[in-house]
Design a protein. Structure first.
Length: 392
């Protein structure tokens, strides 16, 4: 600033401006100009330094962004087995099970809070920690005793109260608690009933207390509970990997407690039926050697239930042709039952092996597939979006 000041005085003298202006006056004016320049510069510098300090402070104190793992964690607790599966779905041809876990419990029940629930929480929490799945989105599958599913006539209006009333009437006779304590939901069947063109829907009810307990269980374990789903829709997701979407087909899930038969088309659930048969007796069934024993009786009854399911489906949805049956993974020898049942029903019958459609991080046996089936189906929830059908 001082050099600039004396340079101006030198130029003033050089051009003889002192004859017109008083040199001392000019110096005073220059001092004021330079003084204001200093003030302006100081203000700017102070402001810039202040902004830099704020920016640096924000950068220094900024917490690292939380990384949410890709995919979804499916969780099911059934028959004393806690099953977990971390699945990533990129397309129907690119599905990976990044990890899965099966843990056996002596007693597991989420119907009432007890030590078993704490034990389940510890199992899930340890699995999440070991697999680095903190905050992963989770879909929990209800056990069959935790919800009610009922086929109803869908409300034709957009009135939420009318829809809720229809759902209520569909489930009220099947629950043993106050309807005020229930959480109600529904999903539509995309094909109308043939005889009268009425739209159908499935009503679902669960106890609010159970929902709260599951939320606490999953969130305290370290995951993020995104959805609570039901068995039928999780099995529907599995079916979407195998079935011809343009034709109706059946899924047969064999288990010790209850056998499920689903009729699906275009990735949508049409009919759900349950039957109690001791399917363990089908193991090693031989139609030539077991004509007069219990194995043959169980085989005949199972084929009869499959035929009834097809007939029931055809009576409601006459335009749907059910032409194939898929049997979910199970540790039962059905080598001779399947060709015999094909002859009885006149339909193709196929066994599902998940390793044909899904990439696993390790080999998984048919028994492990059976135990992990619902957890994997839950984690495949986005499969409905791939088919452009609501995942419900």
């Amino acid at each position: 600033m001082l050099i600039f000041k004396w340079y101006l005085i030198f130029m003033f003298n050089k051009f003889k401006f002192n004859k017109i202006f008083n040199k001392q006056v000019l110096i005073i004016l220059l001092d004021k100009v330079i003084g204001q320049g200093k003030v302006l510069f100081n203000r700017f510098a102070h402001k810039a330094v202040g902004q830099a300090k704020v920016l640096f402070s924000r950068l220094a104190n900024r917490q690292p962004e939380e990384i949410v793992p890709e995919g979804m964690l499916g969780v099911s607790v059934n028959n004393g087995i806690v099953a977990l599966a971390h699945v990533v779905v990129r397309s129907l041809q690119d599905i990976s099970v990044k990890s899965f876990g099966l843990f056996t419990m002596e007693l597991v029940s989420l119907d009432e809070p007890n030590e078993d629930q704490k034990s389940v929480q510890n199992i899930i929490g340890k699995y999440i920690k070991d697999q680095n799945l903190q905050r992963v989105e989770c879909c929990y599958v209800l056990s069959g005793s935790q919800y009610v599913l009922s086929l109803i006539e869908a409300s034709v209006t957009n009135d939420n109260k009318a829809k809720e009333k229809a759902i209520l009437w569909g489930v009220k006779d099947y629950i043993n608690y106050s309807i005020d304590d229930a959480i109600l939901d529904s999903f539509e069947v995309p094909i109308v009933r043939t005889q009268d063109g009425v739209k159908l829907a499935y009503a679902v009810a669960m106890r609010a207390k159970v929902s709260e307990e599951i939320g606490n269980l999953i969130n305290f374990a370290g995951a993020h509970l995104k959805y609570i789903d039901i068995n039928e829709l999780c099995l529907r997701n599995i079916m979407a990997l195998y079935a011809n979407m343009e034709n109706g087909c059946l899924l047969l899930k064999l288990s010790e407690e209850n056998n499920t038969i689903l009729l699906v088309k275009n990735n949508a659930l049409l009919i759900s039926r349950n039957t109690k048969l001791d399917v363990k007796k089908l193991d090693g069934f031989d139609p030539n050697n077991n004509v007069a024993d219990e194995k043959f009786s169980v085989a005949e009854n199972l084929v009869l239930e499959l035929q009834r399911s097809v007939d029931y489906g055809n009576s409601i949805f006459r335009e749907v042709h059910f032409n194939a049956i898929y049997i979910s993974p199970c540790n039962i020898n059905l080598d001779l039952f399947i060709p015999w049942a094909k002859e009885q029903l006149g339909m193709s019958i196929n066994r599902i092996n998940l390793m044909e459609k899904i990439k696993f991080n390790q080999n998984i046996s048919l028994q492990e597939q059976a135990d992990c089936l619902l957890a994997i189906g839950a984690a495949l929830r986005s499969i409905g979006k791939i088919h452009n059908v609501s995942a419900n």
